[in-house]
Design a protein around this ligand. Structure first.
Ligand code: SAH
Length: 223
């Protein structure tokens, strides 16, 4: 009997965790990066809950996108300086020899610099590689990508791994990226889970709102 009620309680807790994760996730994808910063500052416990839910989601995938970024960096010189926007648990920094600046809203690891990714404490043109791995969550995409442009050296690399179903029109998106000063170097659209996009910085962002710069929110289904 007590075994059964413990199992029932565990199942209810799972359900509740799932529901809270989906709710937080929806808030992150439908507000600006500043709203997200405010949300987690007010409720750090929500952040830890979000991350447990996130871990559960990506474990279902055949491959963690961050592993693709790790493989990419290992093929390039370890002297390149990296900025990881929305670093989560710092898997990237822990897996490569490069100097990696880790930015997130709450420190899951002591390596993290806590900040909103739209405003990172790095000098202009100071990094070689900027990474957004499943991290383009805020609705102020132009501002966030503009910040990556600011800190990247001319010719520097921008890597984006993002959930495939978020792209309404990948060509319009890439066109908008060109307007933000990012030339497409390669795109791997072969996974049905996530796209991996590599850009090179060609210059500063051009003014004006780039029309194709839209991503659908990534809303998870109840399971
Ligand atoms: N890049 C990691 C984590 C992805 S989850 C990985 O691939 O494993 C997305 C991360 O972006 C979360 O850790 C979330 O807290 C962070 N994030 C979301 N909005 C942010 C913001 N405005 N500023 C900084 N980090 C943010």
């Amino acid at each position: 009997r007590s075994g059964r009620s413990a199992a029932l309680r565990a199942r209810m807790e799972e359900r509740l965790l799932g529901a809270r994760f989906r709710y937080l996730n929806q808030q992150l994808y439908t507000g600006s990066s500043r709203d997200a910063a405010r949300l987690f500052r007010a409720d750090p416990a929500a952040f830890h809950l979000y991350h447990r839910g996130f871990e559960r989601q990506v474990r279902r995938w055949p491959e963690r996108p961050v592993q693709r970024i790790v493989r990419y960096l290992r093929r390039r010189p370890a002297s390149l300086v990296v900025a990881d926007f929305g670093c989560g648990d710092c898997t990237l920094a822990a897996s490569v020899r490069n100097r990696v600046h880790c930015f997130d809203l709450v420190p899951l690891s002591p390596r993290v610099t806590v900040c909103d990714m739209a405003e990172v404490p790095l000098a202009d043109e100071s990094v070689d590689v900027a990474v957004f791995c499943l991290a383009l969550m805020g609705t102020n995409l132009q501002e966030i990508l503009g910040e990556a442009n600011r800190v990247l050296k001319l010719g520097g690399t921008l890597m984006v791994a993002e959930v495939a179903s978020r792209f309404e029109d990948i060509h319009a998106f890439l066109k908008a990226m060109a307007q933000l000063g990012f030339r497409t170097v390669s795109k791997d659209l072969s996974s049905s889970y996530f796209y991996l996009l590599e850009f090179a910085k060609t210059g500063p962002c051009r003014a004006g709102p780039p029309p194709g710069l839209r991503l659908r929110p990534c809303l998870y289904k109840r399971r």
